[in-house]
Ligand binder design. Sequence first.
Ligand code: HEM
Length: 367
Amino acid sequence: MKNEKPRALYYADYIQIDRLLGSQQLQSALHGRPAHDEMLFIIVHQAYELWFKQILWELDAVLAAFRSSPVPEEEVGRAVLHCGRIVEIQRVLIQQVDVLETMTPLDFLDFRDDLIPASGIQSVQFRLIENKLGMRRRDRLQPHDAPYTSRFREEDAARVEASEKEPSLFDLIEVWLERTPFLNFGDFDFWREYRRAVDAMLTADRASIRSNPTLTEDEKATQLAGVEATARRFADLFEQEAGEPLQVAASGRHFSRRALQAALLINLYRDEPILHLPFRLLALLTDIERNFTTWRQRHAQMAMRMIGTRIGTGGTSGHEYLDRTAERHKVFADLSALSSFFIPRSALPRLPPDVRSRMGFRFQTPR
Ligand code: HEM
């Protein structure tokens, strides 16, 4: 028809509100005894899945950027924004446990058996996030003596397994770190200088304790034992085989030696303008890891509160399995553990002027 006005975009159509609000199917109602709290249970799970989708959206953007070699500088800034968003979403996810915990264990029992054998263990998006971050099959707990994808439908298992074959964020960050140019720069050898600085720092620490007139002999002995423990940790680091990755955390994946040295350099010299964004990115990766672990712990506590020592609807040992994943399912643990090897700014080796000038941003007014 002539002169018909195009239909204006309508809020409900734009966000597909009918589909969204029509997607809560209570199993208890299907079984003829509707349980009030099942609505909350479904909505909370759906909210999680929506946020998982957004996390994957951000993660995919970071992965795409870091596939370039070299990674363009502006992409590092964008990755910092994407990762910062993931961290904030994770905070919401952790808090959301409180909302679900307004349901009492007895109210959960009204519909829990209707859910068997469905379980969060079948969340495809959760596994995709883990795999894209860098979780490897061999580092996973195997709750059923079967592959971790065994509880998925075939097409879902295929999707999750395909994600294992792509370079993960861990892999791409490792390669990016290995390319850090300042580890060896002209005569400057970061590892040699760092080692010297550590030795000098420990010698100064010992001397200052011994000459401190306010300490008793016992106090001196205790503090000196503390310095020796630190010295042993550093010695372990320096004596690890040259060809092997440097291991600083007990669990999780280990970066190559060069990548870990670069992560240390970036942290120690983060005040240099060129290293500031890389530093923020590494800090966000440790935040993402920590938030993941916090969520796992909160979820394990919630499971304990709701089902005690019963097995899960997905057939694992329940709380015990979840607790162990919180301890073991880690990717960037080395980055978090790196702070044991930080040394004060005052003890840091001074960078040669040509290295510093390459690290700085300079703006010259055109003449
Ligand atoms: C009453 C609340 C909940 C209880 C009692 C509970 C219990 C469990 C249990 C026992 C498991 C282990 C697998 C199994 O044997 O079933 C599990 C796994 C899982 N649940 Fe929950 N859950 C609850 C809520 C949630 C929510 C709201 C989410 C959000 C998506 C969620 C996501 C997951 C995920 C992703 C796993 C797999 C964890 C892994 O294997 O590392 N759960 N849950």
